[in-house]
Design a protein around this ligand. Structure first.
Ligand SMILES: [Fe+2]
Length: 452
């Protein structure tokens, strides 16, 4: 076991060139959302199971899968990574092992802090950049999500492997913080450098979504599709979900359903992101009064079968809850109760109790037709729900449910206020204009009745 240099000049503890090559391949696969990531992980572990970074990567990837059966595997890998890093790892590898160990304890903040400490010294550690990017995103820390990548940029240049991936992260951090122009410029630069970089494609897709540039968005997703289609794991489904969002806003509902059936929920997947995409899109279609057939029933069946006791990410649990509540399933209430009563003294524990629990109560009320309670519950927490993580575009589904609930509760004052906010943020949204006209007419009628 010796200290070797990786392609970015970082010291890594590996048994030899074969192990190092497997490490580089795994890093590239992880960065690029490649379908072969699992195989690369197996190959790296086989090439050198004693390399601290291989065990750390195993633990990280098991956590990133956000599947309950993977938690014990992440814990086992973390123990090995810690022990190997202590015995023969370098200082950077020890910090990776420490970050993973905090993650295993549910201390997401502690994990992110250790990755950030690592990046102060080794800003070219692209794995740490990507992992911190993920954690800040799911913690809903918009400013840190943006600044984390800004801090490492001076250490990077276009001759370094992985530069376009770093640009893609920089673009997404900027986009979520509302710096759309700069995000688009950097995101497009990343895609020019690497047309297969779906994270950068996705960052620009978010800009186009937030700015209501729907036709451009469709063309943007289609532009480089031959470069990445079939090479990316289920994150590809999320990119297709973004295309469906543009079609939704343009009123092209057949195209939305075709993407749902063929691209982002074709196989009744039990993956958290796949279910979130599906739950969110079906809710948006139902609010618009579109016939979704038996898709919601099928989705609820998947959730009931395998997701009720997951409790790994509040963001995912809320999307399960949304689908169950909309489908009228009793399990929506038990899932909500579990979130409200979560007693873990962890970052996520407090997010479940303080934010996700109250949102879920609103969703359960929405599902039972108690629209007044639903709008009141959701309205109370709406300025805090970034703490469940995810993007503005994803969390927007809860805002849409809140507006729909206010309208169905005949609370036209609230509905008009919410729609005025939304129109200011999304001036190109046809659906917002349609709802705003309806709400303004209803409020005027109500006031006329009151005065006559
Ligand atoms: Fe997205």
């Amino acid at each position: 076991m010796s200290q070797m240099k990786d392609c970015r000049g970082l010291n890594v503890t590996m048994s030899g060139p074969e192990a190092l090559a497997a490490h580089e391949k795994l890093t590239n696969a992880y960065l690029g959302f490649r379908i072969e990531t699992g195989e690369c992980l197996k190959a790296a572990l086989q090439a050198d199971p004693e390399a601290p970074m291989h065990q750390a990567m195993a633990g990280y990837i098991f956590h990133l899968m956000a599947l309950k059966p993977m938690v014990s595997r992440a814990n086992a890998a973390s123990e090995k990574a810690t022990s190997l890093a202590e015995k023969r790892g370098n200082a950077r590898e020890k910090l990776h092992a420490a970050a993973l160990a905090r993650w295993c304890l549910g201390d997401i903040t502690g994990a992110a802090d250790r990755l950030e400490a690592l990046l102060l010294k080794w800003p070219q550690d692209v794995l740490a950049i990507k992992l911190a990017h993920y954690l800040h995103f799911y913690k809903g820390d918009v400013a840190e999500h943006r600044d984390s990548v800004a801090r490492v940029m001076p250490a990077w240049n276009c001759s370094m492997p992985g530069y376009s991936a770093v640009l893609g992260m920089r673009a997404f951090g900027l986009e979520e913080a509302g710096h759309y122009e700069e995000a688009e410029r950097i995101g497009r630069q990343a895609v020019e450098l690497d047309p297969e970089d779906t994270w950068a494609i996705h960052a620009v897709a978010h800009v186009l979504e937030m700015q209501g540039r729907h036709k451009e968005g469709i063309a943007w997703i289609e532009r480089n599709v031959d470069a990445w289609d079939g090479k990316i794991h289920n994150f590809a489904g999320h990119v297709w979900w973004h295309k469906a969002l543009y079609h939704l806003e343009l009123g092209q509902y057949d195209a939305v359903l075709a993407l749902y059936d063929n691209r982002f929920y074709s196989d009744l997947s039990d993956d958290g992101l796949d279910i979130a995409n599906a739950s969110s899109m079906l809710t948006r279609l139902r609010i618009r009064g579109i016939d979704i057939g038996n898709r919601l029933e099928e989705l609820a069946g998947v959730i009931i079968k395998s997701k009720l006791d997951e409790g790994l990410l509040p963001f995912n649990d809320l999307h399960y809850n949304l689908a169950l509540a909309s489908a009228g399933k009793l399990e929506a209430k038990s899932l909500s109760d579990r979130m409200v009563r979560d007693d873990h003294q962890t970052h996520w524990g407090s997010v479940y109790r303080e934010i996700a629990g109250p949102i879920s109560q609103g969703l359960v009320a929405y599902g039972t037709g108690d629209f007044k309670s639903a709008s009141q519950a959701l309205n109370r927490v709406r300025y805090a729900w970034s703490r469940i993580g995810g993007s503005h575009a994803q969390r927007d589904v809860f805002q849409q449910v809140l507006i729909d609930a206010a309208m169905k509760a005949d609370d036209w004052n609230l509905a008009n206020s919410l729609l005025a906010e939304r129109a200011a943020l999304k001036p190109n949204s046809l659906e917002t204009r349609r709802q705003a006209t309806k709400a303004a007419t209803a409020l005027a009628g109500k006031e006329q009745c009151a005065s006559s």
